[in-house]
Design a binder for this molecule. Sequence first.
Ligand SMILES: [Zn+2]
Length: 460
Amino acid sequence: MEPIIILITILSITASAEYVSYKDYKVIEVLPKSEKDVKVLNDLKFSDSQFDYYVWSEVVSVNRKVKIMVEPKKQATLQNYLSTVGLEGEMIIEDVQSLIDQQMQRPAMLSNSSEYNWQYYQSMEEIAEWMEKIASQYSDVATIVTAGSSNQGHVIKGIKIDFKKKENPVIGMIESGLHAREWITPATATWMINEFLTSSNTEIRNLAENVVWHIFPVLNPDGYKYTFTDDRMWRKNRNTKNHVSCSQYNLSDDMSNGVDLNRNFGFLWMVIGASQNPCAQTYAGPAAFSEPEARAIANYVLGLQKEGNLVYYLALHSYSQMILVPYSHLGGEDVLQLPNYGDLYEMSIRGAAKLKERHNTTYTVGTSLDILYPVTGSGFDWVKGEANVPIVLLYELRDVGQYGFLLPAHEIIPNNEEFMDSLVEIDRVARTLNYYQSSANVFSISSLLITLTILSMIVY
Ligand SMILES: [Zn+2]
């Protein structure tokens, strides 16, 4: 038998003079052995220091390896700094650009085909085109919906999937692609759309048909596009209104041309885990809801609540393999008093256990404060705290930092399969707990407790 030769072509990218190359950027791995080491690394990560941009690891804790990406010319400075604070750095990736190039590769036999697939990462245009196509193919149940437009005028497009056309239906919304470089998330959201429309699996069919789904694969279209054309590691939206010089942080001034959409929502905006420095990755914007993309999501959520019983809001991010329960600034003990927190925890733990059965992938469950870092102003916390949607969860998808945002394309499908398994399980638990019934009464109490929590935060 002749060997099968798979030809690889590099995705052709629109030529751009400003394309940021990560050629010869290194990744240095450090093992914090004490709380003191953790503090040193967290200072690097969260200060607006010159290294702010480069700490890959989302979680910094004792005996958990931390990855720091560094420009070739700053490698020596970083290594020296680490040794002066008693930390040892080991180089584990010699050329980050080669990983990016690998992620951009497409097998020729697939890139020439008109068939949409999950074997490589699709661009914004490809996703939009596919959504139009699949919506017209399944026009009896699928409709293109829009949630306003981005800073640069791209329409924020989603798909509504409604099999039963019932009055006052159970509704679910999927938020994906809010952070531009988290490429696995649009690849997961589009997979969901496809499964809901085409799967013959009974459990997936039930989930697809019992809920009216509104799925938005790319909620930050400007940013997502920018990761393909200019800077693969771009996180924020694109907004030049707050432009400043970032030279004092040794960063390109372009770093200030965007707002972190997941810090821009009007729930405890700028209280913790967000920055007022436009050069920072977590720049929260000049005011809550300053950004059209964040406003679009909030308005869409409020609109859905008028159409029926909005039970689910699931936010997709990467990476860390976690299911996060709101609120991101509170620890487990502080949120236990809130109505349905126990239910959210139970759903998430069961969902994570189900997820593990497929490919043995481990997800951890908790609030962001407990297992990641404290944050306010995020989208999913706003949906829980202000819109009072009962089941609000945030997935941090694959991996735990081996490749981080540069997750190889061959992991897309396994990631998606296990995600769907967990979602089916979460829905099973939710139905057992009667979440399909209207829950208006429960949540008036919830609002009161949230108000008390906010007041106590302000006082103390
Ligand atoms: Zn994210």
